[in-house]
Design a protein around this ligand. Structure first.
Ligand code: GDP
Length: 193
């Protein structure tokens, strides 16, 4: 699949807007500021495709991008932003609940911060993916911020905290430098095969 062939399709703010045309859906999740937009931009080789540093008020929508006519890259709204109102958080929760219950997810791509132990919210998201029965790929982003000696222990801590299953891939990634792009593409191709 050519990851450079990508186009924005639409944003959905409720279940009525979900795409249901049978193309596989690769759902990207992560807390605000983890670099989800940057990971997506790196993956598709664009500078400003998914909006980096998007304003928190516009977070309760799901953005669909078509990849090479073969799959959707589904950008789920980020979570964990402290300044979001309760109403906005509730909206986020309803939207996520509907999407995870939709049966539309082919694979989950969970973005976490390579520097830190995954948050309780990260664990919750991964468990929602597990509940759908889909494969999960975890991208540990901001690898460039780690010392060499920190990489293995941090990856191990992520694996353990998220209770990754044997078959789930963990990819060390740097949206900034480009590390892990090939590996993430291969992992995505594998779940689509
Ligand atoms: P989002 O809210 O998850 O979509 O995160 P963004 O993509 O907007 O990134 C949040 C911040 O982290 C921005 O300042 C990015 O430049 C920075 N960032 C994203 N990925 C990386 C990375 O791999 N390494 C470093 N050092 N910074 C990154």
């Amino acid at each position: 699949m050519n990851f450079n062939k990508v186009e924005f399709v639409l944003s959905a703010a409720s279940r009525e807007g979900f795409l249901r045309d049978g193309l596989p859906q690769l759902a990207f999740a992560g807390r605000s500021n983890v670099g989800k937009s940057s990971v997506i931009n790196r993956l598709v080789n664009r500078k400003n495709f998914a909006r980096v540093g998007a304003s928190p008020g516009k977070t309760s929508q799901i953005n669909y991008f078509r990849l090479d006519g073969a799959a959707y890259l589904v950008d789920l709204p980020g979570y964990g932003y402290a300044k979001v109102s309760k109403a906005e958080r509730d909206r986020w929760g309803r939207l996520m609940e509907a999407y995870f219950a939709s049966g539309l997810i082919t694979a989950g791509v969970q973005i976490v911060d390579a520097r830190h132990k995954p948050t309780a919210d990260d664990v919750t998201m991964v468990n929602w993916f597990y509940d759908t029965g889909c494969p999960v790929i975890v991208a540990a982003n901001k690898l460039d911020k780690l010392k060499r000696s920190e990489i293995e222990p941090n990856l191990q801590r992520i694996r353990e905290t998220l209770e990754l299953r044997e078959e789930d891939r963990l990819v060390a990634f740097s949206a900034e430098r480009g590390d892990g792009r090939e590996e993430l593409m291969a992992a995505l191709e594998a779940v689509l095969a």
